[in-house]
Design a protein around this ligand. Structure first.
Ligand SMILES: C[S@@+](CC[C@H](N)C(=O)[O-])C[C@H]1O[C@@H](n2cnc3c(N)ncnc32)[C@H](O)[C@@H]1O
Length: 350
């Protein structure tokens, strides 16, 4: 658990501090899952450093239920991204991905490590407080920088990356390169999304990822974001990872715990079920035909439908977890939902 938001020198706290601190939760969970062998991700420790590191590294480990949830959430989002890249393969344009509220996410580097030629541009956005730190961490890491430029082939067939394949701007809060951009944007600011649009090809297949972000925004604000992307691109898909079922007893505890940290979930309450999350993409208030197909699955269904038997068996050996009913309860309160438009991306989803 994180401490409450720190007061600024003037003694006040910004209402968004608590929202920004949620990246620490996501990144710390990822680090825990990686260090225990649930996930393979060499980039996590390059992009995230826990605020307090004790001598005992097990102090950074999350409970098994959280590690399993992080594994399944990552597997689900990875599966949607893969289905998007597969569907984009027949487009003459390279696929492009936008990650909203990306925080310390590592997905761009995991994809770059696969040398997937179908992926063109990858754009991440978050508040400047987070993008500044991320831009610094990227610039300081040879491993992270190496993924930013395409590099030049030399006579031996080897690829030599350019010396400094990126530019830093916005007083250190943005970092842009040929393949990757990190932009300081508050998604609630009218017109802010045009900065993202300026970097993207309107004709290219586009995937918009929003992983645990819309729940912290008013539903009208996330609707505007989805409407903007859905109406700007011909072939577009979007995937969201969100909490659901907050109106039951378990949900009440979740809300109470978050409220103790000054966090509320205005964007989760109106979408209590997977079906309502799927329907958000078809909401007529987005505009006509902005998205034309959608679906959703709870993390509990993803456990059996997306995670393979072999992978489930593998992770079941990592830690002792006998509370299967508790696992079902937790995983049933998280949902992955997706929407798409255009025949090219018809099959994107789980
Ligand atoms: C729970 S974290 C998730 C981070 C990342 N998507 C992941 O799954 O690892 C939520 C992120 O959304 C960002 N965020 C929330 N509201 C935002 C807004 N209005 N504009 C930009 N970023 C926002 C937060 O700063 C934070 O980094």
């Amino acid at each position: 658990m994180l401490p409450p938001p720190r007061p600024t020198p003037s003694g006040s706290t910004h209402p968004d501090d608590a929202i920004r601190s949620t990246d620490d939760d996501a990144a710390a969970s990822r680090l825990s899952a990686v260090s225990l062998g649930y996930l393979d991700d060499p980039f996590v420790s390059l992009l995230y450093r826990p605020q307090r590191i004790g001598r005992d590294s097990s102090a950074a480990h999350k409970p098994p239920l959280i590690n399993v949830g992080t594994h399944h959430r990552t597997a689900a989002l990875d599966a949607v991204v893969d289905s998007f890249l597969r569907a984009s393969a027949s487009s003459p344009q390279s696929a492009q991905i936008v990650s909203l509220g990306a925080g310390s996410d590592t997905r761009f580097w995991r994809l770059a490590a696969r040398n997937d030629v179908r992926l063109g541009k990858y754009v991440e956005v978050d508040f400047p407080h987070l993008t500044s730190v991320k831009a610094q961490r990227i610039a300081k890491s040879k491993v992270l920088v190496a993924a930013l430029g395409q590099g030049e082939p030399v006579g031996t067939g080897a690829i030599v990356p350019p010396a400094k394949p990126y530019k830093v701007g916005h007083g250190g809060a943005s970092l842009t390169s040929e393949r990757y951009a990190l932009l300081p944007i508050d998604l609630r600011t009218p017109g802010a999304l045009d900065q993202i649009g300026a970097l993207l090809d309107p004709d290219a297949p586009t995937l918009v990822i929003s992983e645990c972000v819309f729940c912290y925004m008013e539903p009208e604000a996330s609707r505007d974001v989805l409407a903007w992307f859905g109406s700007r691109f011909e072939n577009v898909a979007s995937v969201v990872y969100e909490m659901c079922g907050l109106n039951d007893a378990f949900g009440a505890v979740m809300k109470r715990n978050l409220a103790a940290r000054n966090l509320s979930l205005p964007g989760a309450v109106p979408f209590p079920t997977p079906q309502s999350q799927a329907e958000r993409f078809l909401d007529p208030r987005l505009g006509e035909g902005v998205f034309t197909k959608s679906g959703a699955k709870r993390l509990w269904e993803i456990r059996s439908d997306v995670v393979s038997d072999a992978e489930r068996a593998r992770i079941s050996k990592l830690e002792f977890l006998d509370e299967i009913e508790e696992l079902r309860l937790v995983l049933s309160h998280y949902v992955v939902a997706w929407g798409s438009k255009g025949p090219l991306l018809d099959g994107v989803g789980l």
